[in-house]
Design a protein. Structure first.
Length: 50
């Protein structure tokens, strides 16, 4: 393999891991916010989404 191809593959793997980490972190924050809404909505009189 050419050295440029090896560097591109390494860079692609690095960026893929960074993207997956960002997506998992975003999903966790979404879960936390949904849980907080689920707990606070009945007390505050906000509508429940279901």
């Amino acid at each position: 393999m050419d050295i440029v191809a090896i560097v591109m593959v390494a860079l692609g793997l690095y960026l893929a891991f960074k993207l997956v980490g960002f997506l998992l972190k975003s999903a966790m924050w979404l879960l936390v916010l949904a849980g907080l809404y689920y707990l606070i909505a009945p007390l505050a009189g906000w509508p429940m989404p279901w």
